[in-house]
Write a protein that binds this ligand. Structure first.
Ligand SMILES: NC(=O)c1ccc[n+]([C@@H]2O[C@H](COP(=O)([O-])OP(=O)(O)OC[C@H]3O[C@@H](n4cnc5c(N)ncnc54)[C@H](OP(=O)(O)O)[C@@H]3O)[C@@H](O)[C@H]2O)c1
Length: 278
């Protein structure tokens, strides 16, 4: 199936959303969105999200560092692109002002840019920890902070953050990465509580293992036989559908939610299972 005919925008959740919004006085966020900013759009999940958004008629500003990869996605989606290092403080101001200049009001912000790190925590350099926090924690917070006032003024907008199962379970050998993704659980929960009644939806996507260059980039390939990596297009489709419905979170694959329930309800059982399955 071509990306242009994918069903992510057949949204049955808009009625529920409209009723909720009517009670709070905020306006209905547009869906499909007309405009979006997508970070991590040069690769993997963010790239697939950009393709799907374009298929739904959305005009986007694509954000990444790799100019050639961004050019390819921008050409395929007739989008704008900006090559910036989001780890550099202030980059988000550049992105936000360019987005407004090129697209006007922004309906959706997708924060997919991120990087991994694997290996024993006691061998990890402070610089590597700082870089991970800068990209995975500070950059989405800074970008949302930069985009939020205009959304609040308009009384509607959508925010989609790509977290990780590592943020809910804590993965051995990925201590710092797990901590950065756990930060996104707190960030999205608190932000939703703060702005949810003012027309802003906040969705956290919690993927498991996804077949992208993520593992190669972190310098440690994915070697487990289970769970098998899922395609990034599937993650993008599910997270955008959940965002359209105003859902708080979306787990991909969905069974991950069960693993977290065991982790939360019976931590010692979970630790035993994790010891067996890794
Ligand atoms: N793959 C998985 O198994 C998995 C599982 C759970 C969660 N996730 C999360 O999913 C998100 C997307 O990852 P992915 O799997 O799609 O990985 P990916 O293919 O490696 O894509 C990562 C994206 O982040 C961008 N990025 C990284 N550092 C950046 C920086 N300093 N400034 C600007 N952009 C930067 C990259 O842009 P450039 O290449 O242009 O630098 C790239 O577009 C990440 O937040 C990751 O933590 C992935």
């Amino acid at each position: 199936m071509s990306t242009r005919s994918r069903p992510a925008f057949r949204d049955g959740g808009l009625t529920v959303l409209a009723n909720r919004v009517a009670r709070t006085g905020a306006t209905t966020p547009a869906w499909p969105p007309r405009t979006a900013v997508v970070t991590g759009a040069s690769s993997g999940i963010g790239r697939e999200a950009a393709l799907l958004l374009a298929a739904g008629g959305c005009r986007s500003l694509l954000v990444g560092r790799n100019g050639a990869a961004l050019d390819e996605v921008a050409a395929a989606t007739e989008s704008h692109r900006i090559a910036v290092d989001l780890a550099v403080p202030g980059a988000e101001i550049n992105v936000a002002s360019r987005a407004t200049e090129l697209l006007g009001d922004i309906d959706l912000v997708v924060c997919s840019a991120g990087l991994g790190a694997a290996g024993p925590f006691d061998a990890m350099s402070p610089d590597a920890i700082a870089q991970l926090v800068a990209v995975n924690v500070l950059s989405p917070m800074a970008l949302v902070r930069a985009m939020l006032p205009a959304m609040l003024d308009r009384g509607h907008g959508r925010i989609l953050i790509v977290g990780s199962i590592a943020g809910s379970l804590g993965v051995r050998g990925e201590v710092a990465y797990s901590a950065t993704k756990a930060a996104m659980v707190g960030f999205t929960d608190a932000l939703r509580a703060e702005v949810g009644r003012r027309g802003i939806t906040v969705t956290l996507c919690i993927p498991g293992v996804v077949d992208t260059p993520f593992f190669q980039r972190r310098g440690a390939p994915y070697v487990r036989r289970w769970p098998r990596p899922i395609p990034p297009a599937l993650v993008a489709e599910r997270m955008l559908a959940a965002t359209g419905r105003g859902r708080a979170e979306v787990w991909t694959p969905a069974w991950l939610r069960g693993a977290v329930r065991i982790h939360d309800a019976a931590p010692s059982v979970y630790r035993g299972l994790a010891g067996v399955f890794g």
